[in-house]
Design a protein around this ligand. Structure first.
Ligand code: SF4
Length: 240
């Protein structure tokens, strides 16, 4: 491990301790990505009082959800798995079809709103802050990401502790700490969401190019990090 990486890990642990101390109750919204597994490992190794949850949209790869049991076996921690509201899912499928998100942005965003955004709101109920594994290098839309933001849509402090980390640093941490990770990464996936909306990327493509690849333009975001008016939440406003 080089000096930069050691200092990044020290910064990560310092920030997580501060969040647990000054911004409780807090939660890591884990997509079970490599980045979220780094933060999960830090939280659980340090024994911090920060909840870790994931959203089971009902359309995930089995390899992704297998990490829930891998975390339980490795750390003895049972993470919360938040499901979407079944009536809303049934209504969508009945009216438009299960895979209607391929027909255009409106039904794609509506599916994400039901299966991701609404469950995120439920999981964050009662929290003062939340944590994500977003990094600036993942895409152009994340290039201005701040370490600490104010999530105005939910009225919560929001932290992105890996904002300055490179992909190589994430994988170096996973290797050094023997952190469980999604085996789909070994098959060419670099950003993993719902199974029907994710494909592997090819050389030269943006990390998130495999997400909703059929859409010709747009932020390639699902709404978890987008304000109610459609803007990406990137205020960078500092919260105490
Ligand atoms: S990523 Fe795809 S399947 Fe998952 S919630 Fe969004 S549109 Fe629906």
């Amino acid at each position: 491990m080089n000096g930069t990486q050691a200092s990044r890990i020290a910064d990560l642990e310092r920030l997580l301790r501060r969040i647990a101390r000054e911004h409780a109750p807090s939660a890591l919204a884990s997509s079970l990505s490599a980045e979220d597994m780094v933060i999960t490992d830090s939280i659980l190794r340090l024994g911090l009082d920060i909840e870790i949850f994931t959203l089971d949209t009902g359309r995930m790869h089995a390899d992704t959800l297998n990490l829930v049991s891998a975390i339980r076996e490795r750390y003895g921690y049972t993470m919360r798995v938040q499901q979407p509201e079944s009536e809303a899912v049934t209504d969508y499928v009945t009216r438009f079809g299960r895979d209607a998100f391929y027909t255009g942005p409106e039904l794609r965003e509506r599916c994400c709103a039901i299966r991701k955004v609404a469950p995120l709101g439920l999981a964050l109920r009662g929290k003062r802050s939340w944590i994500t594994g977003q990094r600036r290098a993942q895409s152009a839309t994340r290039s201005a990401l701040a370490l600490q933001e104010f999530d105005a849509a939910r009225g919560l402090a929001k932290f992105n502790p890996l904002v300055e980390w490179s992909g190589d640093e994430v994988w170096s941490y996973i290797g050094a700490h023997r952190v469980p990770y999604n085996r789909l990464y070994d098959q060419g996936y670099r950003s993993i969401g719902c199974a029907p909306c994710t494909r592997p990327t090819v050389a030269g493509e943006d990390v998130r190019a495999g997400r909703w690849w059929w859409e010709q333009s747009g932020a390639r975001e699902c709404g978890l990090h987008v304000a109610g008016d459609g803007r990406l939440v990137r205020s960078g406003e500092t919260v105490s």
